[in-house]
Design a protein around this ligand. Sequence first.
Ligand SMILES: [Zn+2]
Length: 518
Amino acid sequence: MDVLIAGGHGQVARRLIRLLASDGHTARGLIRNADHAADLEADGGVPVVCDLEREDPTPHARGADAIVFAAGAGPGSGPERKRTVDYGGAVKDGLIARVDSAGRSTYFGDNWPNRARHWIPSIDHPSDKATVTWRVTAPSAQTVVANGKLVSSRPARGDASRTETVWRETRRIPVYLMVVAVAPLAVYELGETACGLAEMQRCVSQFVYTAPEQKSFAPGSFARAGEIVQLFSRLVGPFPYEKLAHLQSSTRFGGMENASAIFYSDGSFRRGTMNDGLIAHETAHQWFGDAVTEREWSHLWLSEGFATYFAALWTRAARGDSAFRVQMDGIRRTVLNDSSAVTKRPVIDSIETNYLALLNANSYQKGGFVLHMLRSQVGERAFFDAVRAYYAAHKHSTAVTDDLRAEMERASKQNLGWFFDQWLRKPGFPEVTATWSYDASSREAVVAVSLGSRFGAYRFPLTIAIVDESGAMRRATMQFAAAPGDVQQIRIPSASAPTTVLLDPDADLLAAFTVVKR
Ligand SMILES: [Zn+2]
């Protein structure tokens, strides 16, 4: 795609697009499907359709749901015709033009979920992935960073004050991840990282780009970016892209996982709140969301739930198991305290049409915790075998939840339909009440467990820990499978009456717990 940065204040981008119908992924759909097509015309741009080779305008009509043009004779008499569609006009959304506090013009792509259509004619939907080449002509003082690999940077033809920069992403990515950054940026090279663990080259070159006055910020928390990529490459599969850049940007999100060029909010740099947890989350997306993309928005948890859980796995690797448990407990608390999504909607929510509303505790925290429980359900080894198989089967393509279930079932030799249904296809979580007493004659704690009626039946393992007067802790696990109102009882040997009865001491189960002494 061609982007011309005009400079000045907020006026951006003319003659944006060269689409090759023969590419097969993008242009034909754009021209036929108004539902996902560019809104550039609505934004004041008038498309001009040309023969690719001749650059002559081709007669066309813009219908309600299509740009229709005569097939005609012409170059390339194969089944597909190549056409260029030029759009012009100021971009209103998707490419964010902003004058920063120092009076400099900056431009950052920020497309999620479907704002790419304002500047990239495309099927603006995660199911449609394509490679992308960016050819950006911009004032030479600007630094240009985009997806993929830097191909060339040279003076623009006929304009000594401008530079033409080309970046190419050779892996198919969804449109919402296709971005450029054009701004005065200082670069800090993190160097070659994760050597031997990259899909396309030996090592993963990583960079941090900041506003010039923020230069001293780097490397900061990014000092561990190499270890993060190394961990995820080992757990999941080789890093999928040409490089990994981390940019201070004007994204409206805390971080946006654009393929091979992560954009972070400006504020996290200026306020100094950047941390390795956010870096780990966005980096995990390079595998989950970017390389394996949710085919439908309703399966967004395959992106956000994975990024949430893998950030916690980074914590486990970097700071140990107890820090990991604390993080999972915090994730669980967010789910249990949520009143807008978790109690009303399933994680796989095909009703919600406001995609921004899907950025909720269901997609992130509940999805992440479900992966945690799945790991317990199938075991550590089967879990990661299945994650690797799922990734390998769907990388540079798309997936839905059943694709993950199939790999988990294969690796564990378990039927997991019930698990995915109860955790992902209905709202809520189990509300568990344990009522206990001490039977002095048999020296046992007697614990009766029941399930609240709000969210229906559940099946799960429940670990109960009791501490006796001497401070000794004893644990027992019961397999709970019940409808609301059912009571299951367990007897746990204890030398004295327990001083404490704890449910789920390791934060393994997504449930609300109440303990009552009878
Ligand atoms: Zn995310």
